[in-house]
Design a protein around this ligand. Structure first.
Ligand code: TXA
Ligand code: MG
Length: 313
């Protein structure tokens, strides 16, 4: 298959209307989209990414009217979060309508819904005129793409179209929140923090992973976000002294010299740079990536979650 590259959201949307799969930018990471109601197109997403069939997809919308095409009922918890965070990097999980094909939700009777705030994503989704399910536009297990070039690295020749936009603003995926009951539960940490959610819903809590076999967000069970290099934590820059075939990323300069180094001015910038840095390390054949640990507050929670998963292999 030859992949069409374009920077025109209308041209990209035309592929969705004929059953195609299209990679597009959002403020978090690039997604790989298909019409939620087109089962064949949705199946092609799983194939292109080599994604396990038990991992559900997030539906992306351009206006709130589309909620009723996807969700059975909007709960009060969902209403509060929509009011506070839509459009933006937050996904709400609600009971799905029967008309939503089960392949999109991996057989679950719930569906994740998000309204991106990136202007180009909005234009693309509006032109699609249907909710678009989209996982991150990487091969399954690889770091999520934050540039169209990273998408092409994994998916050129495997998708119909890549919509070329700017690099993403945030660099980590959306926060996924279960809103099916009175208490909002964070299933995946992301760029909207627990602290921010609690300002709107004081009872909100993080999902306890004490029984990993019953994770409510199936994607959290799969291996994720991994560069080919080994990921190793350092608690402070002075621990980062070994430079051979190694790289360093953190918010303080390392003690030693490394083949690749990335020192960010803030935790936000660290989060923003992480996935592209992982890919850069792979291109250079780096063997070990030393990553500075940060405090688990704000976006630091999501950053430490992704780093932890990348280090698990
Ligand atoms: O920022 C993002 O969320 C990006 C952009 C493209 O929107 N998308 C993304 O999708 O990261 P993906 O498929 O890579 O991750 C979706 C996560 C997975 O952990 C999945 O298990 C969870 O959301 N999820 C999706 N639908 C769910 C549902 N109905 N119930 C529980 N978890 C769900
Ligand atoms: Mg993903």
């Amino acid at each position: 298959m030859s992949t069409i590259f374009t920077n025109d959201p209308i041209e990209a949307a035309a592929f969705i209307k004929i059953g195609g799969i299209v990679a597009f930018p959002t403020e978090t990471v690039y997604g790989l989209g298909a019409d939620v109601f087109d089962e064949k197109a949705v199946a092609r997403i799983f194939e292109a990414k080599r994604r396990p069939a038990d991992n559900p997809l997030i539906a992306h919308i351009s206006d709130l009217g589309q909620m009723s095409e996807l969700a059975d009922a909007i709960t009060t918890t969902a209403e509060e979060l929509i009011e506070a965070f839509f459009p933006g990097p937050l996904t709400i999980v609600l009971n799905k309508r029967e008309t939503v094909p089960s392949i999109a939700t991996a057989g679950l009777d719930t569906i994740g819904i998000r309204m991106p705030r990136f202007a180009i994503a909005h234009e693309f989704l509006k032109a699609c005129a249907t909710p678009v399910v989209a996982p991150s536009a990487n091969l399954s297990g690889r770091p999520s793409p934050t540039t169209w070039q990273a998408v092409a690295e994994d998916l050129d020749g495997r998708v119909d179209c890549i919509l070329q936009g700017d690099p993403t603003q945030i660099g980590l995926e959306s926060t996924v929140v279960d809103c099916t009951s009175d208490v909002a539960v964070i299933l995946r940490s992301g760029s909207v923090s627990l602290e921010e959610i609690r300002r709107v819903l004081p009872d909100a809590r993080a999902y306890e992973t004490s029984s990993p076999d019953i994770a409510r967000s199936p994607g959290m069970l799969h291996q994720h976000y991994s560069p080919r290099a080994r990921v190793s934590f350092v608690d402070g820059p002075t621990e980062a002294t070994d430079g051979a075939d190694a790289a360093y990323i953190g918010i303080h300069p390392p003690a030693g010299k490394f083949v690749l180094e990335h020192v960010s001015a803030s935790v936000e910038e660290y989060a923003h740079s992480l996935f592209e840095f992982f890919r850069q390390c792979d291109r250079k054949g780096i063997k070990t990536i030393y990553c500075e640990r940060v405090a688990s507050t704000g976006i630091g929670t999501a950053l430490m979650d992704r780093l932890g998963r990348a280090a698990e292999r």
